[in-house]
Write a protein that binds this ligand. Structure first.
Ligand code: ADP
Length: 319
């Protein structure tokens, strides 16, 4: 192997740049050339690439977003698109590829692997919805952003004796919501994995008011119900006048936390080591703290699942 390609794909996540730096520097250390493809699979199909060396990834370890930029691509989901990508890889002399992204990006990477391209994935998405890795790159930072917002909202909620709804990201996965609720001390958390009962929620809020609480914080994942719809339901059901804060894309930005920067640095280097060892169609992962490679299909076929005992703990401690 002489030259590897590198791209970031899907939703951006804090720590992607730290992973890029680590991939490039470890590759250079091994004597490889690196080509960075811009805007994910879109740039790959169009041959939009830049040579990367040790200096071109200087001073990015702390930066949010991705210097390679990212995109979603419908074109790449077609056979024609992937054939085009294959031609571009050959034209650029790339004989191995590192894909930094979430499970969608890994499905794309698997298709390239099936076409004979040696490919290793690095899990990076704020959602933490990839199986067989302790954490995806970016999730810890997003959680800290949501927690900081929740602490600020607690200040105003407690001063005005108000009910606040905090909507966080998570279309299919309630990880951010659950862990924000857990670490921020929410009254209640709603996640996409678990149906909720509005009457039960109202009863819980009523009980906590009766027990002397003057304000409440409810965390909701966008995939469970929107914060604004929940406000309407709470008004209908319990006469509540909740304030809603939708954190939205704020959760995607910012410098990676120490955890994310270190995780990205470890996985970036590990991905290159695995490519050089002849692995393909795998994700570079830390599982129970141990570096390991996981066949890509397992990352989306197996489910992480939500820890029911943590849902129960939020509820138990909200008395
Ligand atoms: P993430 O990687 O963050 O989960 P997406 O789910 O949007 O983000 O996936 C990123 C990109 O990966 C998609 O826009 C598409 O180009 C590619 N992709 C997703 N699923 C497939 C698939 N089944 N086959 C080929 N490419 C796919």
């Amino acid at each position: 192997m002489k030259r590897i390609g590198l791209l970031t794909s899907g939703g951006d996540a804090p720590g992607m740049n730290a992973a890029i730096r680590s991939v490039v520097r470890n590759a250079v250390w091994h004597g490889l050339d690196v080509m960075g493809f811009e805007q994910g699979y879109e740039g790959l199909m169009d041959g939009k690439c830049v040579p990367l060396d040790a200096r071109s990834v200087g001073a990015i370890i702390h930066r949010g977003g991705t210097i390679l930029r990212t995109a979603r691509s419908e074109r790449f989901k077609t056979e024609e698109g992937r054939t085009r990508a294959l031609h571009q890889l050959t034209a650029c002399g790339v004989d191995g590829l590192v894909v930094i992204g979430g499970d969608g990006s890994f499905r794309g990477a698997w298709e390239l692997h099936k076409l004979g391209v040696p490919v290793v994935g690095i899990p990076a998405t704020i959602d933490n919805d990839v199986a067989h890795c302790d954490m995806t790159i970016g999730c810890d930072t997003a959680l800290n952003t949501a927690l900081e917002a929740m602490r600020r909202l607690r200040d105003t909620a407690s001063s005005h004796d108000r009910l606040f709804i905090i909507e966080v990201m998570g279309r299919n996965c309630g990880y951010i919501a659950l862990h924000t609720a857990l670490s921020g001390g929410a009254e209640c958390v709603l996640v996409p994995e678990r149906p909720f009962d509005i009457q039960k929620l109202c009863d819980g809020l009523r009980r906590s008011r009766a027990s002397g609480k003057s304000y409440s914080l409810v965390v909701v994942a966008e995939g469970a119900i929107s914060g604004h719809d929940l406000k309407l339901r709470l008004a209908e059901c319990g006469g509540y006048d909740a304030r809603v804060t939708v954190l939205g894309y704020i959760q995607r930005g910012g410098s990676p936390s120490a955890y994310d920067a270190a995780l990205a640095t470890r996985l970036g280097a590990f991905a290159v080591d695995r490519l050089l060892a002849g692995s393909s169609g795998v994700m570079a992962s830390l599982e129970c703290g141990v570096p390991r490679e996981v066949p890509l299909p397992q990352t989306w076929e197996d489910r992480r699942g939500l820890k029911e005992e943590l849902m129960e703990l939020v509820e138990r401690l909200s008395i």
